[in-house]
Design a protein around this ligand. Structure first.
Ligand code: HEM
Length: 384
């Protein structure tokens, strides 16, 4: 049965100012049928964790999953042994040590270079001048596709994501998307032929993926690393600049940067929800879920669960349990890029903090994080 509260929830509310609605849902019906989403919304942390860990009851395998319609099967849209086969070959490239050794110097250099480009302006919008470019430049370097520049990656990303969004609105996959996918495939093949790209060589030599699966796998990594990283950096910059006391502390003690990033990840997960589909009829968190129902896990709501986080809406970098957010998801589909994403954000924030002791936000033109699925501020205008 749908309650009045659940019936009143709209996608716009969840995108713009969701906190009070999510709080009410969590305390009264933590698994609620939301008619406007045509699915269940899970808002309690313990229930969200239970669902994300149990792929036998809550799966990603469903034809409604639009990414699968564009790219074909990949780790994003598979569960069980096939998921394992698709995911395993990536493990080596994303290990913390491999990421740090391969990318720390590049990332800090690149973040400082981007910040240097705006330094003398004494004012800049940080999402478009630092966060977005760092995300694209990093994944371009990570993939090392032969002859591919960040501008190519950005254009493929645009064409493919437009098709994914269009599919959800009932549109057919267009030519731009098909040729983007084909072009990535051609570049992957060429790169492998000349023996370039450590990443691709590792993927191939693992042997789990067939040759025709390497290009979609590359696109999955490309996709995971653009919107989310841009959002993660922009959210962290926004939280720090909007909290001048914390900003001062972190500027004086750079060792606190990681805590500030974790607390920003908790308060505003750049990917705010993940979707699952019930594999059978279930009684879950007081709800009667039917086989095939869409079950959306709100990471945003789980991260503000007062049973786990005191004063959950406060930006408090001194929390003892900072790491208990579920922004990178737990269980089989937990984010494989989290170490790289954290390092990118550490580099970006450290470079931004170096803009000077009078660094601050122009609150009149900056906007708070927003979005139903992906959350970030459109504009973080800093001056120094
Ligand atoms: C270098 C950057 C990143 C890469 C390469 C990356 C890649 C991936 C990949 C390939 C998956 C699918 C894993 C699977 O299905 O087995 C994944 C999952 C996920 N990633 Fe990332 N990611 C990155 C950054 C981020 C960031 C910054 C966030 C959020 C702040 C994020 C949030 C997630 C979430 C929520 C999932 C789980 C999806 C689900 O359970 O349905 N990722 N990531």
């Amino acid at each position: 049965m749908t309650t009045e509260l659940a019936a009143s929830v709209t996608p716009q509310m969840l995108a713009n100012d969701p906190y009070e609605t999510l709080r009410q849902l969590r305390s009264s019906e933590p698994v609620a049928w939301i008619p406007s989403l045509n699915g269940w919304l899970v808002t309690r942390r313990d229930l969200a964790v239970e669902a994300m860990r149990d792929a036998t009851a809550f799966t990603v395998e469903d034809e409604r999953f639009t990414t699968q319609q564009v790219l074909g099967p990949s780790m994003l849209s598979l569960d069980g042994p096939e998921h394992e086969r698709h995911r395993k070959p990536f493990a080596a490239s994303f290990r913390p040590k491999t990421v740090r050794e391969g990318f720390e110097e590049f990332l800090f250099g690149e973040a400082n270079r981007l910040v240097d480009e705006v330094r003398t302006d004494r004012r800049a919008e940080l999402r478009t001048s630092v966060a977005g470019p760092l995300a694209v430049n990093t994944i371009t370097r990570f993939l090392q596709l032969e002859g591919v520049e960040p501008s190519n990656v950005l254009s493929w990303y645009g064409d493919i994501s437009e098709a994914i969004v269009g599919l959800a609105e009932g549109l057919a996959i267009g030519d731009a998307c098909r040729s983007a996918v084909a072009e990535v495939g051609a570049r992957v093949e060429e790169t492998l032929q000349i023996g370039a790209s450590e990443f691709l060589q590792g993927l191939r030599s693992d042997g789990s993926l067939r040759a025709d699966e390497l290009a979609p796998a590359t696109i999955v990594v490309m996709f995971g690393a653009i919107e989310t990283v841009e959002g993660m950096i922009a959210n962290a910059a926004w939280h720090l600049l909007s909290n001048p006391d914390v900003l001062n502390r972190v500027q004086e003690q750079p060792g606190l940067v990681s805590a500030a990033i974790e607390e920003s990840l908790r308060l505003e997960p750049a990917a705010a929800v993940v979707d699952r589909y019930a594999t059978r009829d279930l009684n879950f968190g007081g709800a009667h879920i039917r086989k095939g129902d869409l079950v959306t896990l709100s990471l945003l709501a789980a991260n503000r669960d007062p049973d786990v986080f005191d004063q959950p809406d406060e930006f408090n970098i001194d929390r003892q349990n900072l790491g208990q957010h579920v922004t990178f998801v737990q269980g089989p589909h937990g984010c494989i890029g989290l170490h790289l994403a954290r390092l990118e954000t550490e580099a970006a924030i450290s470079a931004i903090l170096g803009l000077g002791p009078d660094l601050g936000i122009d609150a009149d033109v900056s906007t708070k994080p927003q979005g139903l699925i992906f959350r970030k501020p459109q504009s973080v205008v800093a001056s120094w």
